[in-house]
Design a protein around this ligand. Structure first.
Ligand code: F6P
Length: 362
């Protein structure tokens, strides 16, 4: 039997991502215009469930104009796990379990259902709050595109456009000066942004966490290019690449933070090749700004389908994209499994076929 829904909540958690506002808009418009429900926005991840004054009514009027806006009108945090909430007390860190308070406040706010938009961490929290009684529906989100249950996450396409545009720009200046350009892109565990933007931007070398590499093999490729008269090269690096045993002098690299990886690799190339190397770290530029048309459409479809799931009472499920269609899977199945690049898959094979090196023996 379809549940009797009057009021729903929407929360988003973890890092922001272009398209979050488009999901919110899709869900709010569909809930209000199509179903006559009331919608409450939960601010700053799950904080709005711990402190209900951090909630806001979402109406068709209040969300006007947010479709092309980056970021999220709800605010977000990746430090707000209500099951292990860290607080500062008298200069000391304490950890509190606020999950019961969240359930209690969801009831006080009159939420008949809660849409949670997030990546792996946020959806795991959502699943656990669901087990405690809050009727939850999930929407996957990450620019890294590494959630196993969905073919694509919104935000990825926008990040890919930013990264490809950056590589194109670096290409022309690299060519003018005959330099090696190292470009670090995001991708904590998976190399999707590096792989796609590297192919799209005509990179010579792509380094991703899924394919172990050596600096010597990378430099060998750059030497080969120089020998055929190509004075410049483009090296695209995912921030999550494993560097530990790869120092040319045998010293372990210190465990690098995102933003340092490109620098370490660029320095190592310079040391070995004695060539002019320049390093660009794209960082959060990939996460900011207006979502691409693809991401706006996908996010809208996800938001609308979340409402459909609630209307059918299909709680504990997450919307996803499969073969171009919007479907859903149990949140439990969706979390915990990272979708990595297959080193023997067709995308990597296509890259190798056009001469791109991954820094491995091949
Ligand atoms: O998971 C998405 C992501 O953008 C990663 O690519 C990146 O490592 C991380 O978030 C950065 O997070 P923060 O905004 O906390 O620095």
């Amino acid at each position: 039997m379809a549940p009797n829904i009057q009021t729903i909540g929407i929360a988003n958690g973890g890092g922001d991502c272009p398209g979050l506002n488009a999901v919110i808009r899709g869900a709010v418009r569909s809930a209000i215009l199509g179903r006559g429900w009331r919608v409450i926005g939960i601010q700053d991840g799950f904080d709005g469930l711990i402190w209900p004054e951090r909630t806001m009514p979402l109406t068709v009027e209040s969300i006007a104009g947010i479709l092309p806006r980056g970021g999220t009108i709800l605010g977000t945090t990746n430090r707000g796990n209500p099951f292990r909430y860290r607080v500062d007390k008298d200069g000391k860190k304490e950890t509190h379990d606020y999950s019961l308070i969240c359930c209690e406040n969801a009831r006080k706010l009159g939420l008949d259902a809660l849409i949670v938009i997030g990546g792996d961490g946020t959806l795991t929290i959502a699943r656990d709050l669901g087990r405690m009684g809050i009727p939850i529906v999930g929407v996957p989100k990450t620019i890294d595109n590494d959630l196993s249950a969905t073919e694509v996450t919104f935000g990825f396409d926008t990040a890919l456009h930013v990264a490809t545009d950056a590589i194109d720009r670096l290409h022309t200046t690299a060519e003018s000066h005959g330099r090696v350009m190292v470009i670090e892109v995001m991708g904590r565990n998976a190399g999707w942004i590096a792989l796609h933007s590297g192919i799209a931007g005509g990179a010579d070398v792509i380094l991703i966490p899924e394919i172990p590499f050596t600096i010597e093999t990378v430099c060998e490729k750059l030497r080969e290019r120089a020998a055929t008269g190509k004075k410049f090269s483009l090296v695209v690096v995912a921030e999550g690449v494993k560097l530990q045993p790869l120092d040319p002098e045998g010293n372990p690299f210190p465990a690098p933070r995102p933003g340092q990886v490109g620098i370490l690799i660029g320095d190592a190339i310079h040391k070995l090749l004695k060539k002019d190397v320049r390093i660009t770290v794209l960082g959060h530029i990939q996460r900011g700004g207006s979502p691409s048309p693809f991401d706006r459409i996908l996010a809208t479809r996800f938001g609308v389908e979340a409402i459909e799931l609630i209307a059918r009472g299909e709680f504990g499920r997450m919307v996803c994209l499969r073969a171009g269609e919007i479907e859903s899977v149990p949140i439990d199945e969706a979390v915990g499994e990272t979708r990595l690049v297959n080193p023997r898959g067709s995308m990597v094979r296509a890259a190798r076929a056009v001469g791109i090196t991954f820094g491995d023996p091949g």
